[in-house]
Design a protein around this ligand. Structure first.
Ligand code: SF4
Length: 241
């Protein structure tokens, strides 16, 4: 009998490689490629990324940020999450102000941006039409987020940007039996949920989409307050302090 083959340990690098190769959602893969071919006039000279976008950040992070999905002309163009569109401009300005990012702008891969103590991921890794992944597409992508959560041992707080990210995270807790189905965890900007000492605290925020920021539904002070609260929580403050 031949000896059992040793399975190499999972790593964040391997998760990123698997995401890059992933074709589980034909509708999204086709959409990403189509956008990359058509391009927006302002980016006509760009070679669009046009495929799944891996996560980005500090592997030792104590804070995990979950977004919705790559923007069609943002991350789907630049290949880095929240990079190259209005949502990213808004988010990284706040991350810089609260000490989580080395610079306030995120233009492209290789622009020198470094994240400190934060790791940014998404509920879906491919740009969806109308920013709306289907339930099945979100389920297809969920294992990558689950693996990242296992591989980020220091995470003490999770900021969910928008209801879809919030629900994606809760669905992982439910699947693991760590959240009773009946437990009330409504999505509300600024809400904080403490699930006990063995799980990160969850903070809910509106997504920094242009739709939310241009209408004033989400302002910079509102998002800054969420990340300031997250900083206090990862430093050991208790919820409610
Ligand atoms: S959304 Fe996720 S699961 Fe679907 S093709 Fe992209 S990387 Fe794969």
């Amino acid at each position: 009998m031949s000896p059992a083959r040793k399975v190499p340990p999972d790593t964040l690098k391997k998760v990123a490689e698997d995401i890059l190769r992933c074709e589980k959602c034909p509708r999204l893969i086709a959409h990403c490629r189509r956008i990359a071919q058509l391009r927006r006039k302002a980016y006509a000279d760009w070679e669009y990324w046009g495929r799944p976008v891996p996560s980005f950040g500090d592997p030792q992070a104590r804070l995990l940020v979950i977004g919705l999905a790559p923007g069609a002309h943002g991350a789907n163009r630049t290949g880095r999450i929240f990079t190259g569109d209005a949502s990213g401009d808004f988010l990284y300005a706040v991350l810089h102000r609260t000490g989580f990012a080395s610079q306030p702008v995120s233009r492209c891969r290789g622009d020198g941006l470094e994240l400190v103590d934060v790791y940014i991921t998404a509920a879906a890794r491919c740009a969806p039409p109308q920013n709306r992944p289907t339930k099945q597409e979100l389920e297809n992508c969920r294992p990558y987020l689950e693996r990242e959560l296992r591989l980020l041992p220091n995470v003490r707080a999770v900021v969910a940007l928008g209801r879809i990210a919030f629900d994606a995270y809760l669905s992982i807790l439910r699947a693991k039996g760590k959240l009773e189905a009946a437990r009330k965890t409504p999505f509300r900007h600024g809400a904080i949920y403490d699930f006990g000492s063995d799980l990160p605290v969850l903070l809910a925020s509106y997504h920094p989409s242009r739709q939310n920021t241009s209408t004033g539904r989400l302002t910079e002070p509102m998002l800054t307050a969420v990340f300031e609260q997250a900083r206090r929580l990862i430093a050991g403050d208790k919820v409610g302090n």
